[in-house]
Write a protein that binds this ligand. Structure first.
Ligand SMILES: [Zn+2]
Length: 149
């Protein structure tokens, strides 16, 4: 974008590292600009960022977010289940109900942050047609060239 109006284009705060991009995605923000929301509904990524115009239809998070959510929930639930199992004051139905509620809340609560992080990582690496890759765009911006769009 070497037009005379390039300097008039709004500056986008591109992430400097993949960690920033993933953190933005985890927080439900656009990994590219960090301004607008990444999701329009629960687990539904906005097709186009209203702030920076990034096309998010190219992401293919598929079933990786549930895998990450289950992995983290399992690691949190293991000591909880051991503690509930060794507790003699609670009746069995209460232990079961408590375990199911905690696991369900963790699974559902981690699903969207995991999806945001995976979308951010795919954009950063340039997977599935994200072009230019986030890291390439950020590197060009760091060199002083204006980012496309
Ligand atoms: Zn954006």
């Amino acid at each position: 974008m070497d037009t005379p109006f390039a300097s008039m284009a709004p500056r986008i705060a591109l992430p400097e590292t993949y960690k920033t991009a993933i953190l933005r995605g985890t927080m439900g923000k656009c990994p590219r600009c960090g301004e607008a929301k990444l999701f329009t509904k629960f687990l539904k990524a906005d097709p186009c960022c209203p702030s920076c115009g990034q096309d998010w239809t190219r992401h293919q998070a598929d079933d990786f977010p549930p895998y990450v959510s289950i992995l983290i929930t399992g690691h949190i639930m293991a000591p909880v289940i051991i503690e509930l199992g060794s507790n003699d004051r609670l009746p069995m139905w209460a232990k079961l109900a408590l375990g199911l509620v905690i696991a369900s809340v963790l699974l559902m609560g981690l699903l969207q942050p995991a999806k945001g992080a995976i979308i951010a990582l795919q954009w950063w690496i340039g997977m599935h047609g994200f072009s230019p890759a986030g890291r390439d765009e950020a590197a060009r911006a760091a060199e002083g060239a204006s980012p496309p769009r």
